[in-house]
Design a protein around this ligand. Structure first.
Ligand SMILES: [Zn+2]
Length: 157
């Protein structure tokens, strides 16, 4: 998948991220697409909204997609590079491809995914970068909570 095709899939995830921000949540959105390009499910980080730290954008999109016979050929699109937990989900279910809005703010486990045969497309999208930059500036404590760090010197997860 090239950058142009990847960018075309980003809109639903970006809409989810913006909606999360409006709700007072963490602005990360995701969408899962089938091998045929159909949207299977979309969602956003709902740590704050649901009081559930396991409700990441990727897991929300994955759950919204319901049961699928296979994940071969599917694409997970996310506005921010996926954390280890969501990278585990990608590998557990054999999702073929991950399109990442930006990986400047947070690197996560994308290199690990690539090492294990998951196709990675990093868009370096300016709106995704700005969303996270503005959010972290406004709510640094919430960001650190979300990435599992008590403070900036805390252990990386
Ligand atoms: Zn995650």
């Amino acid at each position: 998948m090239d950058l142009i095709r990847g960018r075309a899939l980003l809109d639903a995830a970006l809409e989810e991220a913006r909606a999360g921000l409006e709700e007072g949540g963490i602005p990360v959105g995701a969408a899962l697409y089938g091998a045929d390009g159909a949207l299977l499910g979309r969602g956003r980080n709902r740590r704050v909204q649901d009081g559930d730290p396991s409700m990441h954008a990727e897991t929300a999109a994955f759950r919204a997609a319901g049961r699928q016979r296979t994940y071969s050929g599917t694409t997970m699109v996310t506005t921010l590079s996926p954390c280890w937990y969501c990278c585990g989900l990608v590998r557990q279910f054999g999702i073929s491809r991950v399109v990442i809005g930006e990986a400047r703010t947070f690197d996560g486990g994308r290199a690990w995914l690539a090492e294990h045969g998951v196709q990675i497309v990093v868009l370096d999208d300016p709106e995704c970068v700005a969303l996270m930059r503005d959010f972290i500036e406004a709510r640094p404590e919430l960001w650190l909570e979300d990435i599992g760090q008590r403070d900036r010197r805390g252990p990386k997860v």
